[in-house]
Design a protein around this ligand. Structure first.
Ligand code: ADP
Ligand code: GN1
Ligand code: MG
Length: 363
């Protein structure tokens, strides 16, 4: 089965311990990696939805290890939140397969999993208000805190060197040298932008910060906010939860939670680091993370925002040069458009870095 052909969701959903009658299913969400579907069932007269997801094995080479992480992380969150109100919406719940496993392997070798659908909440692809920024950052800070006492052993690295920016830079250089699909010419400005900033790549790794259990993909659409109250409900997309730096998570919040534009916006005039959003992110994150952050981590919060934005820009550029083999694309030049917004945002952060750092020091 190719990634584009329609899977038999009725039969796939039946592989999991779901009661009732299958109604329908369809594509869901706007993630760049997995294939995500909703499936609706009728249960005792009520319509109940589930998330059914195919793991992208081009990205996650060891889905069994990944699911082991996911089970441990969701079980730990469940234990820590035991008795809290509305708990089944506050963390992801995996539905076991009929055989009791964590995921289902289909005839073509693809791995599928199923979650309770978290209702009356949604994610946003672009930030709309400081309140949303505050709530999202608060959720990810709490997530790190809740996982700070995850019992040994160390989680699997589901993608080795995921946030190793110098290695990401080296991969860009390789893709550039190869220029597999002759696109380097089209991206000359972006390539020069990246090359000029090469020394920045080692900024966080050199700081010898503590390893923690982190989310590693804290973009704003990986947290669900309540439809009624706007409060943070649940951190989702746990595939990259693994040992990492707290600052990777804060950095990706700055990347996705300060500009009003979509990640693939073509009008770069709309891409800018908005100070009130940064302040809200900072306050939200510190409301749950201040108690465990070290002085060095606090000092580098702004640098992390700049670095992670640069890093993801490098990855989009690399994928553009390599022929779009990693991120899902929906139009020609999609990865280059995404790279451009990231680099524009890096510039905007560079211009406001001094004031941003002053704010951090003053809190
Ligand atoms: P990807 O790794 O491709 O980004 P995600 O796990 O983030 O995949 O899922 C894609 C989208 O599906 C999310 O942005 C969110 O809108 C939605 N989603 C995922 N899990 C749930 C859930 N349990 N309940 C409701 N919506 C969900
Ligand atoms: C991917 O899975 P999704 O869409 O939440 C990517 C992130 C990037 C992001 C850029 C496993 O996130 O690392 O920052 O796209 N996830 C993976 O939008 O590579
Ligand atoms: Mg996602």
């Amino acid at each position: 089965m190719t990634m584009n052909s329609k899977p038999d969701l009725r039969n796939l959903a039946r592989r999991f311990q779901i009661q009732g009658d299958f109604l329908d299913a369809g594509l869901y969400g706007s993630g760049h990696i997995n294939d995500t579907y909703y499936a609706r069932f009728s249960q005792g007269g009520a319509v109940v939805r589930y998330i059914v997801q195919r793991i992208n094995q081009n990205v996650f080479r060891n889905p069994v290890a990944l699911m082991e992480n996911l089970q441990r992380v969701t079980a730990h969150l469940q234990e820590k939140m035991d008795g809290a109100p509305d708990v089944s919406r506050r963390r992801l719940t995996l539905l076991p397969t009929r055989e009791g496993g964590a995921c289902h392997r289909d005839q073509t070798g693809h791995y599928w999993r199923c979650y309770i659908f978290i209702e009356k909440a949604r994610s946003f692809d672009a930030i709309q208000s400081p309140r949303q920024a505050y709530e999202a950052a608060r959720a990810f800070g709490r997530f790190q805190k809740l996982l700070s006492d995850l019992p040994a052993p160390r989680l699997h690295d589901t993608i080795p060197d995921f946030h190793h920016t110098p290695k990401r830079f080296a991969r860009l250089e390789e893709a550039l040298a190869e220029d597999a699909v002759q696109r380097a010419e089209q991206a000359r400005t972006e390539i020069e932008f990246a090359l000029r900033r090469k020394p920045m790549a080692s900024l966080l790794l050199e700081a010898r910060l503590p390893e923690r259990v982190t989310h590693n993909d804290t973009k704003i659409n990986n947290v669900l906010l309540d439809d009624q109250t706007g409060e943070e409900v649940c951190v989702i997309d746990l595939d990259t939860v693994m040992p990492g730096l707290a600052l990777y998570d804060f950095g990706d919040l700055v990347r996705t939670g300060t500009s009003p534009a979509q990640e693939d916006e073509r009008d770069l005039g709309r891409v800018t680091m908005q100070f009130p959003m940064f302040e809200a992110l900072l306050r939200g994150y510190l409301s749950t993370a201040a108690e465990f952050l070290t002085p060095d981590e606090r000092r580098l919060l702004v640098s992390a925002g700049k670095l992670i934005t640069f890093e993801i820009g490098l990855r989009f550029l690399t994928d553009f040069l390599a022929g779009d083999t990693y991120f899902k694309v929906h139009r020609d030049g999609h990865n280059l458009d995404r790279c451009r917004t990231q680099f524009k945002l890096v510039e905007s952060i560079e211009q406001q870095e001094v004031q941003m750092n002053k704010l951090v020091e003053g809190i």
